[in-house]
Design a protein around this ligand. Sequence first.
Ligand SMILES: Cc1cc2nc3c(=O)[nH]c(=O)nc-3n(C[C@H](O)[C@H](O)[C@H](O)COP(=O)(O)OP(=O)(O)OC[C@H]3O[C@@H](n4cnc5c(N)ncnc54)[C@H](O)[C@@H]3O)c2cc1C
Ligand code: FES
Ligand code: FES
Length: 1366
Amino acid sequence: MEVKSLVFAVNGERFDLSKVDPSTTLLEFLRSQTTFKSVKLSCGEGGCGACVVLISKYDPVLDRVEDFTASSCLTLLCSIHGCSITTSEGIGNSKDGFHPIQERIAGFHGTQCGFCTPGMCVSLFGTLVNAEKTNRPDPPSGFSKLTVAEAEKAIAGNLCRCTGYRPIADACKSFAADVDIEDLGFNSFWRKEESKDLKASRLPQYSQSHNNARFPLFLKEIKHHDVILSSDKGSWHSPTSLKELQSLLESNQANGFRIKLVVSNTGMGYNKDRDGYDKYIDLRGISELSKIEKDQTGIEIGAAVPISKAIEVLKEESRSDFLADDFAMILEKLADHMSKVASGFIRNTASIGGNLVMAQKNHFPSDIATILLAVDSMVQIMTGAKFKWLALEEFFERPSLSLESVLLSIKIPSSELNKGKSHNQGRTFLFETYRASPRPLGNALPYLNAAFLAEGSMSKDSGRTTIDACRLSFGAYGTKHAIRAKKLEDFLVGKVLSVHVLHEAVNLLKSIIEPEGGNSDTAYRSSLAAGFLFKFFNPFLIDGPSKMINGCTSLPINGSIQSNGNHNQAQHDKSPMLLSSGKQVIEDCSNYHPVGEPITKSGAAIQASGEAVFVDDIPSPPNCLHGAYIYSTKPLARITSLKLRPELQQHEGVVDIISSKDIPEGGQNLGAQSIFSSEPLFAEEIAKYVGDRLAFVVADTQKLADSAANSAIVDYDVENLEPPILTVEDAVRRSSLLEPPPFLRPKHVGDVSKGMAEADQKILSAKMNLPSQYFFYMETHTALAIPDEDNCISVYSSIQCPQYAHATIARCLGVPENNVRVITRRVGGGFGGKSMKSICAATSCALAAHKLRRPVRMYLDRKTDMIMAGGRHPMKITYSVGFKNNGKITALDIEILMNAGMYLDVSAIMLARLVSGLKKYDWGALYFDIKLCKTNHPNRCAMRAPGELQGSFTAEAILEKVAATLSMDVDSVRSINLHTDKSLESFYAESYGEPYEYTLPSLWNKLSVTVNYDQRVKMVKEFNRINTWKKRGISRLPVVFEMGLRPTPGKVSIFSDGSVVVEVGGIELGQGLWTKVKQMAAFGLGEIQCEGIEGLLDKIRVVQSDTVSLIQGGLTAGSTTSESSCEAVRLSCNILVERLKPLHEKLQKEMGSIKWETLVQHAYIQAVNLSASSFFVPTNYSKNYLNYGAAVSEVEIDLLTGETRFLQTDIVYDCGQSLNPAVDLGQIEGAFVQGLGFFMLEEYETNVDGLVLADGTWNYKIPTIDTIPKQFNVQIINSGHHQKRVLSSKASGEPPLLLAASVHCATRAAIKEARKQVLSWSKFVGVDSTFELEVPATMPVVKEHIGLDIVQRYLKWKITNPELVA
Ligand SMILES: Cc1cc2nc3c(=O)[nH]c(=O)nc-3n(C[C@H](O)[C@H](O)[C@H](O)COP(=O)(O)OP(=O)(O)OC[C@H]3O[C@@H](n4cnc5c(N)ncnc54)[C@H](O)[C@@H]3O)c2cc1C
Ligand code: FES
Ligand code: FES
């Protein structure tokens, strides 16, 4: 009997749906039809983990429940029939109690904005649940069966833009049975000096019972197959036999239905085929596609088998005693490679067959295709009623699989070659797979992958190896599909391996690995192929693979080339890059208790459970509509027509297209306005940049609005228009410049001509470029506007400056400001990106709501967000620098062309901030000419440390160049140019402070001692001396960062029960502002000295910002809003304390000691005003100050791939008397890792028109757990009393980001070593170190500097020096 309704459970709640649009994803359903909002949409393409859920499914045959995590944004709702879904609210919540996972994430300070946190919790929960099912020994009480490595890998596919991962990793590891509790980082559970047992006992206790109740029993009765679900949107079919499948396909063919075969639908993450189909055919219920069979001839895996399952089986088989050693080794290596495909929550559902079909049909750069090709795999195809086995190679070379063809299974044969004959005397067998990708643990497509299998025989006499057979496959490098390098195989077979042969082979390979047109990094990819080939065959060169390779010695973290040629062949370069440990040292300060305490972030547990409400989590009011932008795809063009696709024009769900024509009378076409600038909401006649807002489609669902906007047809015309200005040079040529107000122009220092005249040497007109960076807040732009009576409107906005949105909306609608209210509770990451662009989002919704008299909301999709965002300012820099022979700089003359985009936005601040960053060193004299170029690009915003980052890095790059020119050690050039008290005063005239406040020299020296800098430098040298294919670099950098405080309001209100509500101008972006404010309110009101006042902290709630309740909130940016908000709260508390004091004294006299609640009750009776507000306005004296810190980073580069591994970073940072060291620690680590992304990983690539090409998680790579420093130590220094600071505190949000340049400089140092070595092969002695290392220093960039032809050069060197060849 057919099942006609979809039954499943979410967090124990039963859902029974009879009509389902089969294109609905689980995420859409959860977020729009249930109260479970912990599943967040961030990327919608499987790349971030914010939407991860646990799926539990009953297996009636084995009578057990299987649990696996999956991305709900790709999982189709119909596919979860009979399943139970657990979201983070289901793991634990504020009502039923939090799960220890959530409590530990909170207590380890592992959440900041909290947008990624529920997904992190579910990812860990899934791993924990499955570890508990293993038959490992029982763990100690309070721990689980999880291992440390599993715990860290649990979140390898989850992105977090705030924390830097270290605290999340610690929370995960705290569950592992094998954890050394001393290795866990700073947390709120224990004190450092406590014993291990005590520490363990202080963790929120965990037992297996915490994981129960995820599978309601009624689901066991549900029939899984023969499901047919239909709606007017299409139908879903789950055939259970090949026959049924055949007849379905046949009937579809006859009727011309649009059908889609689905297994887990993860392919949609890549293909983005979101359009609905008439019929979806789920292949998972057909036993032939889900089987795994093994026999003498090999292993056959059904096409619908998930990759995780395949890995498990291959691993299991590889341990089997019945297989030939070599075949077992092959299986193990295939499994290892597969475990780097995507991330755990994708692999759990993604099928092997789906992967291969995507490779065949969509030219997907598959790993699985390449590795299976090398082992001669076969595939079985069913077309109609015909079945056929094909070699994988033939499968790829055929035309795209037709709709009526189905891939049934894949066979890995244990053929003669796969089995090898390694037991025979003198025969060697080798199999290896490779992938070069920006993230070692996966969740990143490779630049190139490869798999090689070879069999050789070694001559006893000569020790030389003849290649008897080999299979060499390459893929993912920009070809249609993986290939076998047949020409190369033919060349090698029968050859005695020698340096000459390998050299010829590498040259031959060059003509084979030719990425197809339009592919970036072409030469790099082909050099990777040469590198892998070399790595594979080099061990054969001497006397078989059992010996270590020439020139390569292995050191602990090195993983250099070595192999022993048997089943346990060394896992060279396979050691996953995981955070091994981190130390945090903080200095508490109890002067202003509870200010200064490292208390847990306010609301951390509800962030972890997903109950914390973000704008898009607010339930839609009745009649709510959804909006999406139609944006320009031309940089400068007249819009001649704009319309939707015909079928959408008539669609009743599409309600309106709002454009500049809809601005009401009296209103203005204003999208955003601040004190500096304004920009229109919609382009009028002419679009001025790619991403310019043309119109706003309003529809009854977000999906429909997105789809309508994406497929809109816009006609452009460029007649009589000047060409767009797309480069800064063109902007200068055409005098297209933006002018900041004169008071924001920084001042020059000293006399540059004089400084230049004093120089012994000069570098003249050196050039460098700095790129843009995308914010990658996990929550994209979003707003909800609700019209109210009398032309009033309330707008919920995720924004850093509600005040400006408020004013803009009023002007746009032509209503007085008192008609508007903007409410912001929390923001899912801002980093400067939620300022002007968020105003536009809020205003768009407000305008649509105002016109249509219905609520309108918008949640921008990631791609549109990335295209419109603008990001960090890219710039071109030209400088001349004069210096003495001892490295002391005497003058710097610098010209900077900054690409500001179309509108001024907040670029007015960029000049001063850039120069401020530059001034970190004593240049003697400094002259600059900075131009803000107005171009046809989206306006750039003030991304975290705007200007300071570029200024500070430019300073470092200049010192590097000076050091290189002088052949001096750059560290001593840095030391010699650090400011003296006197130079500090002349460079930072407005903020230098008292001499005792200049802590940088002591931090500089302290760091050198704590990290054992001199010794480490020696060790790096030694490492480089004995290693050929890995080089290390180490670098120490200072930071000087000028802070500026802005006026901020605060308001404190005491309720009759003694509980307190605090409102501040500052917005909680994840930076811990609310937590610090809460502590400050407790400190301020604590001055009243009531009985039990210590408990006041728990009675305080900081609430959302509401522009009607508290005006003049300003912009939350520049790291100082926390302290300004705290100060405003302290002032408000002072007012209340003054008002309460007389009553307190009176009552004290009458009653002796008095409780806070009693005092408040009496105050209510006596009509004391218990609400006070204040507006903190910093004085000229206290407005600006300097922050200091320093970092040492050590990295290791791989000369064959260009990969950089971040071995260790140590930071010391002066926080004054930190308001909350736990929060500041999180800011320091998070900022550093975001900086690391800028310097090493993130390419915000555009085409020539400025259209962003890196438009999602597939091609924009922010750091992940495996790309942070392996050892990450942070020390926060309490530098004591600072009279002008808020309770002596200093900010932490931005300066540490600049310290990430230490990683870049260390990479440069390592490259320098590599180049020195390459030079030596050409008989040159010396260093070529004046090269400019680009930002970001991605793998291709690093490799290019080392030399793309390094392998050829090495082999040539060996050939020309035969004495070196064995
Ligand atoms: C974020 C992310 C990262 C990834 N990273 C990698 C990576 O690094 N390396 C790598 O190799 N892969 C990677 N993948 C690809 C992943 O392996 C595939 O998406 C997955 O294996 C597809 O399986 P599926 O069951 O979800 O297929 P589906 O999405 O259900 O199907 C994919 C396509 O194949 C068709 N199809 C599926 N099964 C059959 C069949 N048996 N016969 C005929 N047609 C069929 C479908 O109609 C559809 O067109 C990544 C995927 C994601 C989402
Ligand atoms: S939203 Fe699903 S993985 Fe990013
Ligand atoms: S806390 Fe992870 S993204 Fe903000």
